[in-house]
Write a protein that binds this ligand. Structure first.
Ligand SMILES: [Zn+2]
Length: 394
């Protein structure tokens, strides 16, 4: 197994570098904060520290994955945002982001060309479906379909279609959108309706969906504004926007802690981050609860709930038994951490599940489950908010 992984690492480091890394090396751009527009930022994780994390991650997968699943471990190593760069935090709103990074069109092109083999797609489908089974009851609590109608749910970044299949099992009308060539073909072969492209390109009926779900995708969007603008147009009044993101505040907090820890504990922190796919922070953006709330509010979304979470573990037969136990222990430690840290609980969670409601000026929303303190904001308010400066978080 070690040999296989090493071969893959060497391959991706030489002739067959992943598209995002090639794009980064040929044309990297410096960017401002995508939430508040500020150019002021603070370094959270320098490129040298990221390179050290990548070395640890190679050893992490080599020790824990079973030999016959070495390829899936290598896939996790060559994730899309795998170039080495600085990770910074916006000084004004707290957004964590890669800077510099490849151009927007190069990032989207890289997703389109993602390649997977059949066994990998099938294993991920089964895993994603089992995970969706646990997640859908919470989503169901935020749905308000028209009387006598089945809920209509759209997933942005539907990947292998596990959520689509599970929602359909519940009797919901499910639709997916994904720019990936292979995952779209895989879904269609399984009878799942998926549009091949981006949400902005999909010609879907306005005001027709009860929920738009963006799980494990929103953080990879180089520009989230067109997606939010399209989502608000597709949702009915009171429709739900469900977003799942890696927590930028958690990564930022652990990077601050790192230099203060003894060497032994640093390895433990690295392992905890690796089980949650936060080591090397392979995402374009790391939203905090506050930053994403402000961003969504500018499009007329009111936050109704924010739930801390850990990452879905890999398929059962992919990792060794002791490694699976280790993953469970770290998940338990994270949960204990956010239960104990009453006021800072959201900073301790590696992942966040957020539920927003599409507010409508003429129909005030029901009281929020987790009050955002942002009040009622009319739909299609982003331009007006930007002109008044009210979209800038305090
Ligand atoms: Zn900002």
């Amino acid at each position: 197994m070690a040999l296989l992984i090493q071969q893959r690492v060497e391959r991706t480091g030489a002739a067959e570098r992943p598209p995002a890394r090639r794009a980064f090396e040929s044309a990297a751009v410096c960017v401002d904060c995508v939430v508040c527009g500020s150019a002021r930022s603070r370094l959270v994780c320098p490129a040298a520290e990221m390179a050290a994390q990548r070395r640890y991650l190679t050893a992490f997968y080599r020790r824990r994955w079973r030999a016959h699943n070495a390829e899936t471990a290598a896939d996790r190593l060559s994730f899309t945002q795998d170039y080495t760069t600085d990770i910074v935090r916006c000084a004004d709103c707290g957004l964590v982001y890669r800077n510099p990074r490849p151009r927007t069109d190069a990032i989207m092109q890289a997703y389109r060309r993602d390649r997977y083999d059949d066994a990998y797609l099938r294993a991920e489908f089964a895993n994603q479906r089992a995970w969706a089974r646990r997640k859908l009851p919470e989503l169901a609590r935020h749905l308000r379909p028209l009387p006598g109608r089945r809920p209509r749910v759209l997933e942005v970044g539907s990947f292998v279609g596990g959520l689509l299949a599970e929602g359909r099992e519940r009797g919901w009308e499910m639709f997916g959108v994904d720019p990936g060539d292979e995952v779209t073909s895989f879904c269609r072969a399984n009878g799942l309706p998926v549009f091949h492209g981006t949400l902005e390109q999909a010609d879907l009926q306005r005001d027709s969906f009860d929920a738009v779900v963006v799980w494990n995708t929103f953080d990879q969007l180089p520009d989230p504004h067109p997606t939010l603008e399209a989502a608000v147009g597709l949702l009915r009044d009171g429709g739900a926007l469900a977003i799942r993101i890696p927590n930028g505040a958690c990564f930022s907090w652990t990077m601050e802690m790192l230099p203060r820890l003894p060497r032994g504990l640093r390895a433990g922190l690295y392992t905890a981050l690796a089980w949650n796919n936060l080591l090397t922070f392979p995402y374009v953006h790391g939203y905090t609860r506050e930053a994403i709330t402000a961003l969504a509010a500018a499009y007329g979304f009111r936050r109704r709930a924010c739930l801390p979470d850990t990452l879905l573990p890999p398929p059962r037969d992919h990792v060794k038994r002791w490694a699976r136990l280790e993953a469970r222990c770290y998940a338990w430690l994270f949960r204990a951490g956010w239960q104990a840290a009453a006021t800072e609980r959201f900073a301790c969670a590696p992942w966040l599940d957020l539920y927003f409601e599409r507010a409508a000026a003429e129909h005030p929303p029901a009281p929020a489950a987790a009050d955002s303190g942002l009040g009622l904001i009319p739909v299609y308010a982003p331009l007006a908010l930007r002109q008044t400066g009210l979209d800038r978080p305090a």
